[in-house]
Ligand binder design. Structure first.
Ligand SMILES: Nc1ncnc2c1ncn2[C@@H]1O[C@H](COP(=O)(O)OP(=O)(O)OP(=O)(O)O)[C@@H](O)[C@H]1O
Ligand SMILES: [Mg+2]
Length: 231
């Protein structure tokens, strides 16, 4: 579904991604792990066309490097950034409706389906998004992204700063999304939910992929984990 070959990304003179390779198949959940500042968010922003890059990103057999961000979104790639940017002066329902990308398309996801997927939002449908807890705002941004009917979703650190209970709720939501046939690139810093949800894991260090394998293989590899993950 997505194939990245020798990707380089730059902020001015800083060379941040240094030859990244990554593959995602249909219906797969892939975890992208790594310490602070190694370039995980830069990689998802690069896929979204938000950062100057060199290299190849092939999505559904089409090269998307150079495409505008809104075109990339319309091709079916959804992006949930790390800062949970809900529209705070709008209600939960209005936030969800803003996620619709193509008003003429046969809607595959409806607001009611979002409420079934995450019942907490239903009770709060007409409440301002600013009144939600951090965890609920995170769920709302994920559900708003789903309203655009993505086939592939990139979700940047959804569990950061959440209570253990809310982390479980997010994990359940991601499982449900995946069961609908949507591929997910899950960016995380901790192993917590990543190893449980992902079929394969990529570990990033200094702008490169330093490990690629199954969650079991990563668990067994103490050396790699110590060097690139644990402090
Ligand atoms: N807009 C920017 N301009 C210049 N440098 C940037 C910019 N955004 C990020 N960087 C730098 O690029 C490097 C990678 O940042 P990135 O946000 O991709 O890291 P990350 O792996 O997502 O980590 P975290 O989310 O924990 O910060 C860091 O050294 C960061 O300081
Ligand atoms: Mg980041």
């Amino acid at each position: 579904m997505l194939k990245i070959i020798d990707l380089h990304a730059y902020y001015g003179k800083s060379h941040i991604l240094r030859g990244v390779h990554l593959d995602i198949a249909q219906c797969e959940i892939i975890a992208l792990l790594g310490r602070n500042g190694v370039g995980r968010s830069t990689l998802v922003k690069s896929i979204m066309g938000l950062v100057p890059i060199k290299g190849s990103i092939n999505y559904k057999d089409k090269e998307i490097v150079g495409d505008a961000t809104h075109d990339i979104a319309l091709q079916g790639i959804g992006y949930v950034p790390e800062n949970r940017d809900v529209f705070s002066t709008l209600t939960v329902r209005e936030n969800l409706l803003l996620g619709v990308k193509d008003k003429n398309a046969k809607a595959e996801w409806t607001v009611d389906e979002m409420f079934t997927l995450f019942p907490n939002l239903k009770e709060r449908a007409d409440v301002l998004a600013s009144a939600l807890s951090g965890g609920e705002q995170q769920m709302l941004t994920i559900c708003r992204c789903l309203m655009g009917n993505p086939e592939f979703m990139m979700i940047d650190e959804p569990t950061e700063g959440l209570s253990p209970q809310m982390v479980e709720t997010v994990a359940e939501l991601l499982k449900k999304i995946s069961s609908k046939g949507i591929s997910i690139l899950l960016v995380e810093q901790k192993l917590t939910i990543a190893l449980r949800l992902a079929s394969r894991v990529y570990l990033m260090g200094h702008g490169k992929i330093v490990f690629e394998g199954t969650p079991k293989e990563l668990e067994k590899d103490n050396k790699i984990r110590k060097e690139w993950l644990e402090v």
